[in-house]
Design a protein around this ligand. Structure first.
Ligand code: PAF
Length: 290
């Protein structure tokens, strides 16, 4: 695999290989099995894969979160070298390659998509995500890009970005990869205090139990159940839990609002010690009762 740090080197490497389709896995590093599953999928489906590692300051609404975000480029490269082939590329740009300083400030309009859930709790976050994804797409020009379903709202918004900008890139969403206790893999798990980590399986355990209630129980009661389960776990507090579809991301308050044929997901954000974790799982009931 080739490691590039400038846009020029990356473009030259891709042009000289002239391989297509180009698969792309954008990451912020601190790679784990979830990222590797995306890379493996891209490698299996495309003759060339580009993996980017760039901790994007524009998407952090909290300075501490940006400063504490784990950075481990050496071990990331080692991990990638076990999956990537000779023609594949790891792109690790310095900030000035991504944001040279002369780019116009673009404000994206995603209507309600970025106003709920993560968007409501992390103002400006999605504007920063699409800013970097749009820039990375301009640089890599991928045919296919792979994202984790753990960030369900991010995937929906990136699909909308591709639609609005009339891009050719196909967006593939890949299943959440979990630790043995159900905790969704995340770079942030590395920051968890050991005592908190020991109990973090409660997040997926609660989501799974709540998903089983969807056919028989009112949404307000399901929400109450989730709140109780999380908040009674020492060191954990619920930020939000919503049931929303993956197209409009519209949280529902009653089952009669659920549109038949759509896929619904229980989406959760939890403060675990000082660390913020998100997760989601599908909530479906073929017979929707009021
Ligand atoms: O999901 C992430 O890791 C980031 O939001 C992404 C898509 C790499 C953009 O910085």
């Amino acid at each position: 695999m080739l490691i590039c740090s400038t846009v020029k080197d990356l473009r030259e490497a891709l042009s000289s290989k002239a391989l297509s389709p180009v698969g792309f896995v954008p990451t912020m590093g601190a790679l784990h099995a979830g990222h590797i599953s995306l890379v493996e999928k891209s490698v299996g489906e495309n003759p060339v894969t580009v993996v980017s590692i760039f901790v994007n300051p524009a998407q952090f609404n909290d300075r501490n979160d940006l400063e504490n975000y784990p950075r481990m480029t050496e071990s990331d490269i080692k991990l990638l070298s076990g999956v990537l082939r000779t023609d594949d590329i790891v792109f690790i740009p310095p900030e000035k390659e991504i944001y040279p300083g002369n780019e116009p400030e673009v404000i994206f309009d995603f209507k309600t998509l970025d106003k709920v859930m993560e968007g409501a709790f992390r103002p400006g976050h999605f504007n920063g995500v699409v800013k970097v994804v749009s820039r990375l797409f301009d640089i890599v020009m991928p045919d296919v890009a792979y994202f984790g379903q753990k960030d369900l709202q991010q995937v929906t918004i990136i699909r909308e970005l591709v639609r609005q900008q009339n891009r050719k890139t196909r967006i593939i969403s890949c299943p959440v990869v979990r630790e043995p206790d159900g905790l969704a893999m995340s770079s942030r798990n590395l920051l968890l205090d050991p005592e908190i980590r020991q109990h973090a399986g409660i997040i997926f355990k609660t989501l799974s139990a709540a998903s089983e209630l969807i056919c028989s129980t009112d949404i307000s009661e399901i929400k109450e159940f989730v709140r109780e389960q999380i908040n009674k776990t020492p060191g954990f507090s619920l930020e939000y839990f919503e049931i929303a579809d993956d197209l409009e991301l519209k949280p529902v308050t009653m089952k009669t609002e659920m549109v038949p044929g759509r896929r619904y997901f229980g989406c959760i954000a939890v403060r675990a010690g000082g660390i913020r974790l998100i997760d989601n799982t599908e909530f479906n009931c073929s017979v929707i009762k009021g």
